[in-house]
Design a binder for this molecule. Structure first.
Ligand code: FES
Length: 173
């Protein structure tokens, strides 16, 4: 990811639309916007609509239909909990629930302090490590894979990443 903090939404979206600007590219465009911001800012969706002529309502329909897109800003770290068959059979639904409980997430996907989000994900392709969860930073610069996680380890990971997120946010990262 480049220095998105220093570039306006307008500039970021214009760069993306310089590569893809047809209606059939919409999913690709949204993926690139999300990889820059960790979610899809409303301003970016409006800019895409103005520049491509795709109605904003159509863009929002696509963004809400597919789980891969986020319309709300996520926590600094995002737990992606694999719900593929192997991970599901080995207890990742329980791990998912433990993450939410440990982080006090009752509604939506993000803790009330805004530090950590928990989402379900598809198979990561490393099923021999099931159950698996991936933790990514909102800016996409950090990515950690955790395999063979049990409930005890899941609780520890939740607390560790919340503490790391808190330090990063306090230091202005
Ligand atoms: S089912 Fe979880 S990594 Fe494949």
């Amino acid at each position: 990811m480049d220095s998105v903090k220093e570039r306006s939404v307008d500039e970021v979206v214009s760069t993306i639309l310089g590569k893809y600007n047809q209606r059939h590219h919409l999913m690709r465009i949204l993926q690139e916007v999300q990889s820059n911001y960790g979610y899809l800012p409303r301003e970016a969706l409006e800019k895409i609509s103005q520049s491509t002529g795709i109605p904003l309502s159509d863009i929002i329909n696509v963004a809400t239909f597919y789980h891969q897109y986020r319309l709300e800003i996520p926590g600094y770290y995002i737990f992606l909990v694999c719900m593929g068959t192997a991970c599901h059979l080995k207890g990742n639904q329980d791990n998912y629930n433990v993450l939410r409980n440990t982080l006090g997430i009752k509604k939506g996907n993000t803790s009330s302090d805004g530090l950590v989000s928990v989402e379900k994900a598809r198979c990561f392709g490393c099923c021999s490590l099931a159950p698996v969860m991936m933790v990514v930073s909102r800016d996409g610069c950090e990515r950690y894979l955790h395999g063979n996680v049990d409930i005890k380890e899941t609780k520890k990971l939740a607390l560790t990443y919340r503490s790391m997120a808190s330090k990063k946010v306090r230091s202005g990262e």
